[in-house]
Design a binder for this molecule. Structure first.
Ligand SMILES: C[S@@+](CC[C@H](N)C(=O)[O-])C[C@H]1O[C@@H](n2cnc3c(N)ncnc32)[C@H](O)[C@@H]1O
Length: 221
C-alpha cells in the first residue's frame, strides 16, 4: 500500500480491506467500537507518537523503556502493524497501540491541541523524484500541525540517512518560530538514550551517517 492522493476523508474512508483485528491495534476511523479506547489512550497524558514505525523495534522498545508513557504508532504497511501487535503481546506491553494507515489524518483529527509530549519520525520515505516530493511527510503544514499538538517543551525527533532530506528538515524547522533545535547527535541526552529503529541499527552497523534532530516546542508568547 502506498500513499494515495485525494482528500483526507477519501484516504480514510476508501480503504478496500477490512481493518486489522489484532491485539494492541486500533482502527478509530474504520471500526467505531475502537474510538472510545483510542480517545482514552490519547487522553491519559504523556503521549508519544511515532509516524511510520516500520519494523517495530523503536516503537516497542520505547514503550518498554517508558512505562509511564502512552506510545502510539502509525504505519501504512499492515505487515509491520501485525508485527507490532505480536511483539507487544510477547513482551506484555500495555502502553502501546498501533494504527494501520496514513498518520496525518489521525493526528489532524484525533489528537487534541497540546495533547502530545513527543513525536518521532525516523527515516521517513525520501520520495526521491521531484514530482513526488509532495508525498514527503515533512511539509510546512505537518510541522504546523505538530506545533499545535505538542505541549510546550514537547519534542520532535527526526532522523534520516538521506542528506538532502536532512537539509529539508533543518530548513523547515528553522523557518518555524515554534521550534528550537536542541540536539543533533548521540551526545544529546535524549538522542543518546532513545532506542534505535531498525533502519538506524542498520546504518550504525554499516557505518552510514545518520542525520538526527531533536526539536523542542517553545512556549507560545
Ligand atoms: C523507510 S521506512 C522506516 C521505518 C522505521 N521508521 C525505521 O526507521 O526503521 C518508512 C516507513 O514509513 C511508513 N510510512 C510512510 N508514510 C507514512 C505515513 N504517512 N503514515 C504512516 N506510515 C508511513 C512506510 O510504510 C515505512 O514503513
Amino acid at each position: 500500500m502506498g500513499l494515495v492522493g485525494g482528500s483526507i476523508d477519501a484516504r480514510v474512508d476508501n480503504a478496500r480491506v477490512p481493518p486489522l483485528d489484532a491485539a494492541h491495534v486500533l482502527a478509530p476511523f474504520r471500526r467505531p467500537a475502537d474510538r472510545p479506547e483510542f480517545e482514552d489512550f490519547v487522553r491519559q497524558g504523556n503521549l508519544h507518537l511515532e509516524v511510520g514505525f516500520g519494523r517495530p523495534h523503536h516503537l516497542c522498545d520505547l514503550a518498554a523503556a517508558k512505562p509511564d508513557a502512552q506510545v502510539l504508532g502509525f504505519e501504512i504497511r499492515r505487515r509491520w502493524v501485525q508485527q507490532a501487535s505480536t511483539r507487544a503481546t510477547r513482551d506484555g506491553l500495555t502502553n502501546v497501540r498501533a494504527v494501520e494507515g496514513d498518520a496525518r489524518p489521525y493526528i489532524e483529527r484525533l489528537i487534541p491541541s497540546g495533547g502530545l509530549a513527543a513525536a518521532y519520525v525516523l527515516f521517513p520515505d525520501p520520495w526521491w523524484k521531484k514530482k513526488h516530493h509532495k508525498r514527503r511527510v515533512f511539509q510546512p503544514g505537518f510541522i504546523a500541525t505538530l506545533a499545535d499538538r505538542l505541549k510546550p517543551g514537547g519534542i520532535v525527533v527526526a532522523k534520516t540517512d538521506v542528506e538532502a532530506y536532512a537539509d529539508l528538515i533543518d530548513e523547515l524547522f528553522f523557518d518555524s518560530a515554534d521550534f528550537t533545535l536542541a540536539g543533533t547527535n548521540y551526545a544529546d541526552p535524549v538522542l543518546g538514550t532513545l532506542p534505535r529503529s531498525h533502519r538506524e541499527k542498520k546504518c550504525v552497523e554499516l557505518g552510514i551517517p545518520v542525520y538526527q534532530f531533536r526539536f523542542v516546542r517553545e512556549a507560545s508568547p
